[in-house]
Every structure is written in structure tokens, then in C-alpha cells.
Write a protein that binds this ligand. Structure first.
Ligand SMILES: Nc1ncnc2c1ncn2[C@@H]1O[C@H](COP(=O)(O)OP(=O)(O)O)[C@@H](O)[C@H]1O
Ligand SMILES: [Mg+2]
Length: 417
């Protein structure tokens, strides 16, 4: 379908992970308005118009978009590689565009309300409770052998801290609460099973799977008490065996959060082989999963389909998942300190199987300890004909990227940890 400039799409986020999505919208012939707080956001270069607004502030976005819409009609709104669903719902409501409701956006961006709604509707979730103080954590943690606390209103693993009753809970509380704008935390039972990520389209109320990935948490010990993922592989090693049970749990989840048309993306743990929902988002995933991995592995243009749904247009549902290759991605980790040297392969010399390589730091940068996903130093994404080969390729490429860091200035802090 080519719209030849006949329809205009508003994309919330012009960040580096949104660029591929904006390119897909442009390839569809859409006029694109990009909205981002950063006037130098890389996605701006591809856009027809730019609105400078804080996408995590629905009021800021709505007022500026309404002003824009007086001059030019907007036909759809979507967020790509961000969690700005409250602003999406606000704009959709005000401009009477298709899209998720304010209530769905609210439920999917408050981890406590989300768990409550899912639990009420019988969707499997870990044991959980709302906590607002160290004393409350001390009381509630008794129900769990191992637990995790997190802000109800953050993302990117910021402030997600593993805890046990024996640990210094004051320190854990302070590490988590600083990432919560509303100063509210949730405590959950820590589930030990395999970690999975799944994404699906919801079309007229029915869930169609678009991708299932294994998440690699081999660094859990090293990064304790933080929970830092080091990439993963698609398709999941449990596919196709678990596909139907994942589809069913996502269907129940979509029903519970009341999505009729759109996208859902879930963090899942397999407890004794059965999926338990850790978190659900009412938007496309980031980390290049929706923009690069799903099209590459399954041949599904999920971003294009999500854009059609955002425009209120008909979408032919994707077929059952049939992977055509294997993907693996890995992240660059370093200790804290000053970057003194970066050695990396030239982009032009990379083999075709490298689908993405990004180094997010430069010489002279002062790096903090990696305490959440945003602080990882970069990533690679590759494909291959087998899972084993994909992992080997990703890990080999990661080893070829050397970021030298002078830790001298941060020794004191490191010793304390
Ligand atoms: N109760 C839990 N049991 C096991 N793993 C968990 C649990 N809670 C969080 N995690 C892991 O930590 C990651 C980050 O937590 P999440 O709730 O998804 O926060 P964020 O919104 O920051 O991504 C999850 O994707 C999952 O891998
Ligand atoms: Mg998550």
C-alpha cells in the first residue's frame, strides 16, 4: 500500500531505535510528523515535520499537537520504541483517532494497577504487593523467598532491584524509589524460570503472535541486585512448543487490558513450563525487536501493520509463526570510568549477517556503573541459519569491540558496592 502523501502519521519518539520505524512509515508513502523533546533526535532527519515536546508528558504533547492539527490533519498516532502510550491515548482521544483508550494506557504504565487488573481477570502473574516504605517492604517480603522491588512507573529496568529478607532493604528501597516519579513501588515474588519476550498484533480483538524471543540473563549474578538483560535469541528455543500457550495468555491479557486493535508486548517467565506475565505494554517493543528482528526472522512487517491499525485501516492478520532464520543480539558491557579508547570493526567491513551494530559511547565519556538497560554501552544484532551459529556470531562480534575504560576515578565507589 502506498499512501503517496495522502495520510499523515504522528510518531512519538525520534530516538535512535525509532528511526527504522519512521523509515517504514516513509516507505509506505506516509507524511510523517515526528515528536521528540530532543531537537536533534535522529528521527527528525527523516520526518516531514517535527514537534518538540516531551512525549512522557501527555499535556505537553496534546497542546502542541492540537496547535499543529489546526493547520494540517493528522490521521493516526503511534509510538515507536518508547513507552509514551499515555500521550498516544491522549492525542487519539482529542483528535478522535483510532488507538488505545486512556484507561488501557494507564493500566499498562502502572505496574501495580496492571498486576491487579491481570490478577482479577485470572491472568497468571507473580505474587505482588504495593509498597511505599522500607517497613512495608520488610513486612511484605516475608511472603516471598526471593523478591524484586521496582517503581510502578518506570521502564528500561531502572530501579528494578532484587531483594531477600536478609539484605539491606534501606539501600534497595533508595535505589528503587529514586526512579519513581510518583514515589510508589511494587514488590513481587522473583520467578526463576526462563525469561521470554513476546509480541503480538491485536486485530478486532484477536491476538496474532508476531515473535517470541529468549532473553539472555547470563549476567544476572554479575549485575546483582540489578536485573540486566544481555540480548537474546529469536525464535525462542521453546518454540513452536509454547507458541499456543503464549498466544492464549496474551489473548487473556489483551482482553483484560481491553485492547481491540493494536499491539501488545509482554515480558514473560516460564514457571514449570507455563507462561506467567511479568509485564505487558500496549505498544511496539524497542531494542530493534519490532523494527528489525521480527521482519528478519518471521517475515512479518509488524511495524507497518501497527501503523495501518493506528490509521484505522484494514490489516490482513499474519499467519502462524514460521521462522526463516535465527537472530541473536548481545550488548556491550564495561565497568564505570572514563572511556580512553574504542576499537571496533569498520561498518563497511562487516559481513552481511550483521544487521545492526551500535556503540553508544565515545572517547572521553564518563561512564556510570550499568544499573539499568539504558546504561549498556551498545549492541550488535546478527542472523544465521542456526541458533548456535547466531550466538557464536554475536559473541564474536562483541569481543571485537573493545571499549577501554580508566576506572581509577571510580575505584572508591566500586569498592563500596
Ligand atoms: N517477578 C519477577 N520474576 C522474574 N523476573 C522478573 C520479575 N520482575 C522483573 N523481572 C525481570 O526484570 C525485567 C525488568 O522488569 P520489568 O517489570 O519488566 O520492568 P521495566 O518496565 O523496567 O522493563 C523483566 O523484564 C524481567 O526480565
Ligand atoms: Mg519490562
Amino acid at each position: 500500500m502506498n499512501f503517496r502523501g495522502k495520510k499523515t502519521l504522528l510518531v512519538l519518539s525520534g530516538g535512535v531505535e525509532a528511526v527504522e520505524g519512521i523509515r517504514i512509515a516513509k516507505q509506505m508513502g506516509l507524511d510523517v510528523v515526528v515528536c521528540d523533546i530532543n531537537p536533534r533526535a535522529p528521527g527528525r532527519a527523516l520526518a516531514d515535520w517535527f514537534i518538540c515536546a516531551d512525549i512522557y508528558n501527555p499535556v505537553d504533547v496534546a497542546s502542541k499537537v492540537l496547535r499543529f492539527a489546526k493547520k494540517r490533519r493528522i490521521d493516526g498516532v503511534i509510538t515507536i520504541a518508547s513507552d509514551a502510550v499515555r500521550a498516544v491515548a491522549e492525542v487519539a482521544e482529542l483528535l478522535r483517532l483510532p488507538g488505545i483508550s486512556r484507561s488501557t494506557a494507564f493500566v499498562t504504565t502502572d505496574k501495580f494497577i496492571m498486576k491487579k487488573v491481570l490478577a482479577q481477570k485470572g491472568v497468571p502473574v507473580p505474587g505482588f504487593a504495593s509498597v511505599g516504605s522500607v517497613d512495608e517492604i520488610r513486612e511484605k517480603i516475608r511472603a516471598f523467598e526471593r523478591a524484586v522491588i521496582k517503581p510502578v512507573d518506570s521502564r528500561g529496568a531502572r530501579g528494578v532491584i532484587r531483594v531477600t529478607p536478609q539484605e539491606d532493604l534501606e539501600e534497595a528501597f533508595s535505589r528503587a524509589i529514586r526512579h519513581s516519579p510518583s514515589k510508589r513501588l511494587i514488590i513481587e515474588e522473583w520467578l526463576d524460570g526462563a525469561q521470554i519476550s513476546a509480541e503480538a498484533l491485536v486485530i478486532r480483538g484477536r491476538v496474532y503472535l508476531c515473535g517470541i524471543a529468549d532473553r539472555n540473563y547470563s549476567r544476572l549474578k554479575e549485575t546483582y541486585p540489578y536485573v540486566i538483560e544481555d540480548g537474546g535469541e529469536t525464535p525462542s528455543r521453546f518454540s513452536p512448543r509454547i507458541d499456543e500457550s503464549i498466544r492464549e495468555v496474551l489473548q487473556d491479557t489483551a482482553d483484560a487490558i481491553e485492547i481491540e486493535d493494536g499491539v501488545i508486548k509482554a515480558d514473560i517467565v516460564l514457571r514449570e513450563g507455563s507462561p506467567v506475565i511479568i509485564e505487558v505494554a500496549s505498544r511496539l517493543s524497542g531494542g530493534f525487536f519490532s523494527t528489525i528482528t521480527i521482519p528478519l526472522v518471521y517475515g512479518i512487517n509488524i511495524t507497518g501493520m501497527a501503523i495501518l491499525l493506528a490509521l484505522g485501516l484494514k490489516v490482513t492478520p499474519p499467519d502462524k509463526l514460521r521462522p526463516v532464520c535465527y537472530q541473536a543480539n548481545r550488548f556491550i558491557f564495561t565497568g564505570p570510568g572514563t572511556v580512553t579508547k574504542i576499537i571496533a570493526p569498520e561498518v563497511e567491513e562487516l559481513p552481511d549477517y550483521v544487521k545492526h551494530l551500535n556503540i553508544g559511547v565515545k572517547e572521553g565519556d564518563q561512564l556510570e556503573e550499568i544499573t539499568d538497560h539504558t546504561k549498556r554501552r551498545g549492541s550488535v544484532l546478527v542472523c544465521a541459519d542456526s541458533r548456535k551459529e547466531a550466538i557464536e556470531r554475536a559473541e564474536l562480534l562483541i569481543r571485537k569491540i573493545r571499549i577501554e575504560v580508566d576506572t581509577a576515578k571510580t575505584q572508591t565507589r566500586m569498592c563500596r558496592m
